[in-house]
Design a protein around this ligand. Sequence first.
Ligand code: F6P
Length: 492
Amino acid sequence: KLTLRRHLHGERIIVLANREPYIHQHDAEGGIGVVHPASGLVSALEPVMRACSGVWVAHGAGDADRQTVDAQDHVRVPPGEESYLLRRLWLSEEQERGYYYGFANEGLWPLCHVAHARPTFRTEDWQQYQQVNQKFADAVCQEASSEDPVILVQDYHFALAPRMLRARLPRATIITFWHIPWPNVEQISICPWHRELVEGLLGSSILGFHTQQHCNNFMEAADHFIESRLDREDFAVIRHGQRTLVRAYPISVEWPHHHASEAPPAAQCRAELLAQLQLPPDTLLGIGIDRLDYTKGIEERFRAVERLLEREAALIGRFVFLQIASPSRTQIERYQQVNRDVEELAARINARFGREGWQPILLRRRHTEPADVFRLYRAAQLCYVSSLHDGMNLVAKEYVAAHDDELGVLVLSQFTGASRELREALIVNPYDIEAASGALAQALLMPAEEQTARMRAMRRAISEANVYRWAGRMLIDASRLRRREQLIELLT
Ligand code: F6P
């Protein structure tokens, strides 16, 4: 954390992200409560902001958000700690529909994930996306207190903002991080405005992805679609004299995790949860925690559980898989569909294997606060992350971070960025139901010493490559870049 602050040289960071870290909502008692959204981006970036301070610019999505801001639409967060500012922007229904639901989540999201959902691109959505990017870029400029602020632009909601910011603040250090995969040239060209996306992102000083493959794909897109020069040694794109470094920065979780000291030990978490679920204390518990999204492979996961029970009859009545699925992007038809499919599948499997007082799949489709999620991670002997395609997947890293007992097994899709770092997980192809169910069986039968050896190695990897390191590496690269630019200015 200290290194992070040092690299900022007292500069306050401006974060631009669609999702806000704290959502104010009216509660049933007529008061106002705070909800922490289910978002990998938020869980990664929030500890960084607590460490560095600054301002986070985001869409005010809570129904009580307006009641908590001052005249500049600012509110100090985290509640009670108040270490940085949250600046909220208000979107009309039309803007939210076109920019967020439409272009970002019906267009770019399925375009960038190989999950066999066809993307939809509408001109009206694109127009809203452009306007909303400009609106947010303007707000960021208002928040800048110098000519050369450090701005962290987050994710596929804001592909155009870096260029817009560069036009207004030519000396800014703009670090953009794309949290989802960047597809190959053929695939990205499906978007009618792929050139504009690439040009928009090239307003950045640094453009980060989770993996080298996504960096390579982006470089190739820049080479194919726009007039630019590639510096393949330094991994940079040069366009109109603007140099953009393209780098892999695998995102991570805070270490130590701030819930680690508050939550009871694993055995107690498990005993309490099983008592609450009215299950015997020797029940074996598996867990899945996701936004209810078709890229997460929840149906494939349930099929693997079904196959597990077919092949290991001894687990019937003994093993329970608890799936927490936070409702997400519920206005989009494809998300309504996955909600129905997941529900039907769980019901079918439960009808097939369930018996008095026991069901193999417990499906909880509601928002769960991060502190409670942390206890669930601790309680579970296994966690299955079965994403069909995922930039990183922080559930995998959080499960490991929660297990300071050095027990528990992570079964992890080979199609996540996390599988490149967490080599001691049981890595599976989630489409291969036979192999995935075999991995679940292996996890449940794994001797404690092997669990500890694997968990210890993964914990070591995450403790070193934690989220402060993620942000720190970007800031170090940014400060090198700033020094280089200052030198060039001096010499010319
Ligand atoms: O991890 C990708 C991501 O889109 C993040 O950008 C986002 O915070 C998270 O998924 C949750 O999605 P949403 O913000 O649409 O609820």
